[in-house]
Design a protein around this ligand. Structure first.
Ligand SMILES: Cc1cc2nc3c(=O)[nH]c(=O)nc-3n(C[C@H](O)[C@H](O)[C@H](O)COP(=O)(O)OP(=O)(O)OC[C@H]3O[C@@H](n4cnc5c(N)ncnc54)[C@H](O)[C@@H]3O)c2cc1C
Length: 435
């Protein structure tokens, strides 16, 4: 196929009519204007790490990875301006060289900065907000090729809309971030009984800067992960040690189990029990950003819901009960994280203390009945789906879950009155642009 584009899992594909790969702001501005003049719909794609069709288009796809330079960095204020196609990994390296860091990150760091903020990508930490809350200004290219800068001071509504914009307002050229002084971190993983872990979530969250856990369905052992800042320089473990733990055990071990589980679904409860017994206490210290992110070589698909924080533990219990009761063939763990509220209009943590519950299925395994049943549970809490992860919601079902939904739509109509930056995903989850 001429320009086939696929996401990371390989199950979201499109064939854009045109693909642009600008290397400069002028090139980006030219590409957007030209595509609009050709009458094409326009959508930016990051690194394709969304499980939804968020980045897909059959119009003009703007690939932003070559827009990856650090434009300005001020160590004193922590303000750092970068081109928005920079990967979180390259950004973190560049910040470290300047004595700076992102205050929080998610599980991986291969996404582009623009892609990550556009779907409200988050890490964990009850006192930390999602990545888009670290943004202090953005430059957006609109359909006529013009460039606008949006910030809290100059245009608070546009700023709060554009921080988590699903690519529906224009193409983000640059992001100015509020970085923090660089820090080292310790990560401790430990197997813990599930029920006490669920009962102690508040205490674990208060005791740790970044707390999360994983649990395999059909088991009652959680792998609790505690990450905390550390005084002094990092002491990374040897490369061989890191390779054995992360690549061989977490990735290849998981891949083999997942293949067996996909082929012999009836064996899943036993395999899950076996996998949970492999959880062991491990400890690692390194540069903060290296402790946040891990390598993910096993391909899967995922759904994740943001629910009010106090409902999180019960939501996990209900998902586990659902899997057991319906004997669903689920060989991938459930992940639980916490995030502080923020004010971006479409942030999944918009103005509420949030627990995230994520469910996964191995690539090629049946996911839809499981995810639909989980979504029913999350609906009962007014759950908000991660914009980059699978869900079945529509603009009608989502509007009531976001108090500032009408404000987002007003900004959208102002910045993109013709709906030039729409795609099938935004049509479904945001509806048409209404002037
Ligand atoms: C293995 C794996 C682990 C993950 N871990 C986490 C995690 O820990 N926490 C979490 O919250 N999420 C996580 N995600 C989800 C991921 O962070 C998001 O889906 C993110 O949006 C992907 O970024 P991307 O660069 O790949 O963007 P894409 O998926 O390519 O695009 C995402 C959205 O951003 C828009 N976009 C991209 N560039 C621009 C631009 N320049 N201007 C305007 N809009 C733009 C696109 O149009 C699209 O709507 C994970 C995904 C995978 C595959």
């Amino acid at each position: 196929m001429a320009h086939e584009w696929r996401n990371w899992t390989g199950d979201q594909r499109c064939a854009p009519a045109a693909v642009y790969r600008p290397r400069t702001l002028e090139g980006l501005s030219y590409a957007v204007r030209e595509a609009a003049e050709r009458g094409l719909a326009i959508h930016a794609a990051g690194s394709g790490h969304s499980f939804t069709d968020a980045a897909l288009t059959d119009g003009a796809m703007v690939r932003i990875e070559a827009l990856n330079r650090v434009l300005d960095a001020d160590r004193e204020s922590g303000l750092v301006k970068v081109e928005a196609g920079i990967s979180l990994a390259s950004l973190s390296d560049a910040l470290w060289e300047r004595g700076l860091a992102m205050e929080n990150l998610g599980d991986i760091d291969t996404q582009t900065l623009a892609g990550a903020i556009s779907t409200a990508t988050h890490g964990t930490g009850a006192r930390f907000r999602n990545l888009s809350a670290q943004v202090s200004a953005l430059e957006l290219v609109l359909a006529d090729g013009s460039v606008i800068e949006v910030s809290e001071r100059d245009d608070p509504d546009a700023f709060r809309a554009a921080r988590v914009g699903l690519g529906a307002l224009g193409v983000i050229y640059s992001v100015t971030l509020r970085a923090v002084p660089a820090f080292s971190m310790r990560r401790v993983d430990s197997p813990q009984p599930l029920q006490p872990t669920l009962a102690d979530v508040d205490e674990l969250a208060a005791r740790n800067e970044h707390f999360e856990f994983f649990v395999f369905p059909y088991t009652d052992t959680a792998l609790v992960i505690e990450r905390n800042r550390l005084e002094g320089p990092p002491k990374p473990r040897g490369r061989v040690d890191a390779f054995v733990n992360e690549i061989l055990i977490e990735n290849y071990g998981m891949d083999i189990l997942s293949r067996v589980a996909r082929r012999f679904p009836a064996s899943i409860p036993r395999l899950a029990g076996f996998a949970a017994r492999q959880f062991s206490r491990t400890e690692r210290t390194d540069r903060g950003y290296r402790i946040f992110a891990s390598e993910r070589r096993v391909r899967f698909t995922e759904m994740e819901y943001a629910v009010p924080r106090q409902d999180g533990p019960e939501a996990v219990r209900r998902v586990l009960e659902l899997v057991r009761a319906r004997r669903l063939p689920v060989g991938f763990p459930i992940e639980f994280r916490l995030v502080a509220p923020d004010e971006a209009f479409l942030s999944t943590a918009h103005e509420r203390e949030t627990a995230y519950v994520a469910v996964h299925q191995y690539k090629g395994a049946s996911w839809e009945p499981y995810f639909r049943a989980v979504e029913e549970i999350m609906d009962s809490y007014g759950g908000r789906p991660h914009w980059g992860k699978r869900h079945f919601q529509t603009a009608e079902t989502l509007a009531g879950r976001y108090p500032r939904w009408p404000d987002f739509q007003r900004v959208r109509a102002r910045l993109d009155p013709e709906g030039r930056f729409s795609n099938a995903y935004t049509d479904r989850v945001l509806g048409p642009v209404r002037g």
